[in-house]
Design a protein. Structure first.
Ligand SMILES: [Zn+2]
Ligand SMILES: [Zn+2]
Length: 337
């Protein structure tokens, strides 16, 4: 049965507040499904969207880490039926025909739509969404634990795979929030030496408990890593902080790779001399391949990449975004419906 209305966490205006709003629930159209949401994680990219001066759509339902059950399907939907479990990510739809789409790199499609940005997201009791980019989610993973994997887990795993390191090599992970605490687990799974960097002592404690080999406070992390390990083979910056990127750059071994995956409108000045003379590679990493997310779910079932979560009801969402802005969330805050 399709309910007439549901409650959603809505960004009311560009740079506006997040409010709880009752919204109508539409019937799923062609190529769409109606999902009854079970859980949705809160991501820093939601804050990034909320901080933008211009938005493609407002008011906007936020949320792009959603797990739910298919309640109804529209015309021409293949692969999903009522009752199926589905995962919503940041990728809502892609063109399917461009050079990126046809080579498994849909995330770089120039015509992509994004949940909680160009189309309404998953922070609502019900969501009507396009079906093609929905993911199958294994039933044994509880919804609240599976939700953060749809963005934080996928992004962290994708960034580590982009780093293309061999077992025994070293990686420095900057930012021990939602992405970082999962990245440690994937890095250890890949057999890497892991340094964890953050400004928060409690987040570094968690990094230690998850098996990081070295915990460093953000200030002077670069120099310390040079002293202790002779630098890292790769540094992955999981926040949008230019100061973190600066330290990550300094932490690299010669011919090392710097990967940035946190969104920010800030600028970073590239140190030209060191980039050239040390043969540094710098690249951005955005989500991962579809196969990466399938692997993330598979790993979670085997106990690798389990999200540390705190669960809340939807009416806590406005306050949670503020707590996240202050850096007060350990692991991932997840709304359960
Ligand atoms: Zn996200
Ligand atoms: Zn495309």
């Amino acid at each position: 049965m399709i309910p007439g209305r549901t409650t959603a966490a809505v960004l009311t205006a560009p740079r506006g507040t997040v409010a709880l709003v009752t919204v109508p629930v539409a019937e799923p159209g062609t190529g769409e499904v109606l999902i009854r949401m079970e859980a949705c994680g809160l991501c820093h990219s939601d804050l990034f969207v909320a901080s933008l001066e211009k938005l493609p759509r407002v008011p906007l339902i936020l949320g792009h880490e959603g797990i739910g059950r298919v309640e109804a399907i529209g015309a021409a939907v293949a692969g999903f039926a009522a009752g199926d479990r589905a995962g919503i990510t940041f990728l809502a739809s892609t063109c399917g025909a461009c050079e990126f789409c046809v080579t498994g790199r849909e995330r770089f499609c120039p015509r992509q739509l994004n949940f909680g940005y160009t189309v309404h997201g998953a922070l609502a009791g019900y969501a009507v969404v396009p079906a093609p980019m929905l993911f199958r989610v294994p039933d044994p993973i509880p919804a609240a634990e599976a939700a953060p994997l749809c963005c934080a887990g996928w992004t962290a795993y994708g960034a580590l795979r982009e780093a293309a390191l061999r077992p025994g090599q070293s990686v420095a992970l900057f930012g021990m929030g939602g992405l970082g605490h999962l990245a440690i687990q994937y890095a250890r799974h890949f057999g890497l030496r892991v340094a964890a960097v953050d400004v928060s002592e409690s987040k570094l404690e968690m990094a230690k408990a998850l098996g990081a080999d070295l915990m460093l406070t953000a200030e002077n992390a670069g120099r310390t890593l040079q002293k202790q390990w002779g630098g890292a083979d790769a540094a992955i910056v999981l926040t949008g902080s230019p100061a973190a990127i600066q330290q990550a750059f300094r932490s690299l071994k010669r011919t090392g790779t710097l990967i940035t995956s946190g969104l920010s409108t800030n600028q970073y000045e590239l140190p030209m001399v060191d980039t050239v003379l040390k043969g540094i590679s710098i690249r951005g990493s955005y989500l991962g391949t579809r196969a990466d997310l399938v692997e993330v779910f598979r790993l979670a079932q085997s106990g690798v990449g389990r999200a540390h979560i705190e669960t809340h009801a939807l009416d806590a969402a406005p306050g949670l975004f503020e707590a996240m802005r202050r850096g007060d969330i350990l692991g991932r805050a997840v709304v359960v419906f």
